[in-house]
Design a protein around this ligand. Sequence first.
Ligand SMILES: C[S@@+](CC[C@H](N)C(=O)[O-])C[C@H]1O[C@@H](n2cnc3c(N)ncnc32)[C@H](O)[C@@H]1O
Length: 270
Amino acid sequence: MKIAEYLNYLQKYFTNRSDVLEFASHTSGIPYSQIPMHLSDNILITDETKSKLDRVKSGEPLAYVINNKNFYGFDIYVDESVLIPRPETELLVEKALETAAGRKNLRILDICTGSGCVLTALLSKLENAEGVGLDISSDALETALKNLKRYDLKAELLCADALRIDELDLSNFDIITCNPPYLTEQEWSDSPNSLKYEPKNALSAGVDGLLFYKKLMDMIPNICNKNSGSAHFELGLGQYELLKNEGYCEDYSVTKDFQGIKRVISWINL
Ligand SMILES: C[S@@+](CC[C@H](N)C(=O)[O-])C[C@H]1O[C@@H](n2cnc3c(N)ncnc32)[C@H](O)[C@@H]1O
């Protein structure tokens, strides 16, 4: 079958064109951006391709089927050990890079690192930076290590509970990033089936979803360097107001995402 026909054939499995192209690229080995130049190449639909399409049809996220998600221009290996990186988390990277502009030799702490997508992006973009990635899941840390190695990056990976971070010997960080689990138990239960493929502890954070922010915001000043050290958190819908009402976020600036949701809060330790 020609690639052009293959793309038509794939359409019934996906809801958008970019997923069709991503799957076609994965199965043909042709880079995504070059597919339009190879429409008359031939491709065989193998049993492996068919079984991957069955997984797509059953509702499994494409990123797990092809073990890849592009994040901030980096191909991140993903499997069921980690949350699939979301486009809105790129804003967390952007805000951290903004505060780091022009500075070298920075120490980065990425709390709840998961696939290591944030750490991978920051370490790649910042000159001579050192990184620590912390997560409670050792399986997630194995995946993070895979991603760091893929880009020839080194970082310390710590298997630890972020909610007991004050018991760890951590200090002197210039950039702290955190995209914690932030769905309430109810939101997680009501969430679409596709989310159920992802680790529950990457998404759900107790009754009000604010657990991690409250704990971490209280102790961030102890581990963040003075003179422009900064901390950045990703938030869920409506959480900025909830935190603010409880007296948190006072010194944090807020950045909205493309949908107008208050998505990232940042604090600079002046
Ligand atoms: C929302 S995911 C974020 C993953 C990644 N940073 C990203 O942005 O795609 C949250 C991560 O927090 C981890 N996690 C859950 N509870 C934790 C805890 N108590 N301490 C440390 N990490 C935890 C999960 O294993 C998961 O990898």
